[in-house]
Design a binder for this molecule. Structure first.
Ligand SMILES: [Fe+2]
Ligand SMILES: [Fe+2]
Length: 216
């Protein structure tokens, strides 16, 4: 088995938990549920945009730099789209900061990664693989809650970009993870990202009672 195929198997296995069909809590007001989910999404999008910006300035490979630049812009665009949807739902976001409670443990760990190979493995490749899966579940939940407009926003505008981010990570790994040492680094960064994302997901679900959490 090649390196990339092995990495995919590890990711698939680690993400299997997410394949369980989420159970909607009965009695929850759909609107409250959607607003809470979309506010969580704002924090994820902000962190993803900022991380790509930080990494862009300290990465030397031109293709990685440019991919991160595109990602930075896409995540900022997602932020604005989700914000617009929240306002349509009647939410007042004056004075709202998604960072008021600080940065997530995942973000705080990601910013410590210094090599390009760990960055593309952890960020675009692993974090975006998680995002695609989480967003697919979120779309199903939004539809179950009757919020077709938010579901369409995710399906038609956000998910295609998240796919691009993940495929960018994949192509950079194919290009640069060419020694066993680099592959080991990529593999460890991927696994650690999934572990931290999973811890965060469990904590967020326990705190909010949400049955899914958005990716970015
Ligand atoms: Fe993304
Ligand atoms: Fe995003």
């Amino acid at each position: 088995m090649g390196f990339i195929e092995g990495l995919y198997q590890e990711v698939a296995q680690a993400l299997r938990k997410l394949e369980e069909i989420p159970v909607l809590e009965t009695g929850i007001s759909p609107k409250v549920g959607v607003v809470e989910l979309l506010k969580m999404a704002l924090k994820n999008e902000m962190e993803a945009s900022q991380l790509a910006a930080l990494w862009m300035t300290s990465t030397s490979e031109i293709d990685i730099k440019l991919g991160l630049a595109r990602q930075c812009g896409d995540e900022a665009k997602h932020y604005r789209l989700i914000e617009k949807r929240l306002i349509e739902l009647g939410e007042n976001l004056d004075g709202f900061s998604p960072l008021a409670m600080g940065y997530s443990p995942l973000y705080q760990w990601l910013i410590t990664l210094e090599s390009s190979i760990e960055r593309v493995a952890a960020g675009p490749f692993a974090r975006e693989a998680i995002a695609i899966k989480r967003n697919a579940q979120l779309i199903a939940v939004l539809e179950a809650m009757g919020d077709q407009l938010s579901a369409d926003l995710y399906r038609n505008q956000i998910q295609p970009d998240e796919d691009w981010h993940h495929n960018f990570g994949l192509s950079m790994l194919r290009k640069y993870a060419v020694t066993s040492e680099l592959q080991e680094k990529a593999s460890l960064a991927t696994i650690r990202t999934i572990e931290l994302a999973d811890e965060l997901r469990s904590a967020a679900m326990a705190k909010s009672g949400a049955c899914v959490i958005p990716g970015c």
